[in-house]
Design a protein around this ligand. Structure first.
Ligand code: UDP
Ligand code: MG
Length: 168
């Protein structure tokens, strides 16, 4: 076991139903530390990379619409990194089973998830399921300086002049 990091995403249905506070409260029962948090729009590219292991599933296309917000007409998701003893298992336990109908009623997915008419599991949160998956996902969703703890080896690079938005 030991200390480990895990990625949690509050999916578009969680945000649109104003469940952010409830979900964070449930996750705080784990006593894990939040070491990264941000609200972002999920691009199709990020969605495809995140769910690349499910690309051959019949529900894949709808899953991409789900995580990018197209399905709910709201493209916000909240991404969080939790850190601590047995973090992956602790978060998965509180998140509940993938299928919200099979999830324990007191779990996040059991309480807030549902199965859409299409069959897609709308289940409010994502949680990493292994150490390797957590590392891949955290490195996909976060840059090193966005996490307040040096989780994985990082290096400094010279960035050529770029353009960015500033307040007008
Ligand atoms: N999913 C689905 N139907 C399935 C399996 C998965 O709709 O039969 C969706 C569901 O939203 C799930 C996501 O695809 O959270 C990712 O699937 P995974 O097998 O990784 O489950 P998780 O790790 O999220 O429990
Ligand atoms: Mg998974």
């Amino acid at each position: 076991m030991g200390k480990e990091a895990t990625l949690v995403i509050i999916k578009p249905d969680g945000l649109i139903k104003s469940l952010t506070g409830n979900i964070l409260s449930r996750l705080s029962e784990t006593k894990l530390k939040i070491i990264g948090a941000k609200l972002i729009k999920v691009s199709p590219d990020l969605a495809q990379k995140h769910y690349r292991h499910l690309a051959d599933k019949p529900f894949y296309e709808e899953l991409i619409k789900y995580i990018t917000g197209t399905l709910h007409g709201d493209d916000r998701v909240m991404a969080l990194v939790y850190w601590g003893e047995d973090a992956i298992q602790k978060v998965r336990a509180i998140a509940g089973a993938t299928n919200p109908e099979e999830a324990t009623p007191t779990s996040i997915r059991g309480a807030y998830g549902r199965i859409l008419t299409s069959g897609l599991f709308e289940n409010a949160v994502h949680a990493s399921s292994s150490i390797d998956e957590a590392q891949r996902e955290i490195q996909l969703w976060f840059e090193p300086q966005e996490i307040v703890y040096p989780l994985y080896p990082a290096k400094e690079i010279e960035v050529p002049a770029t353009r960015k938005y500033v307040w007008a």
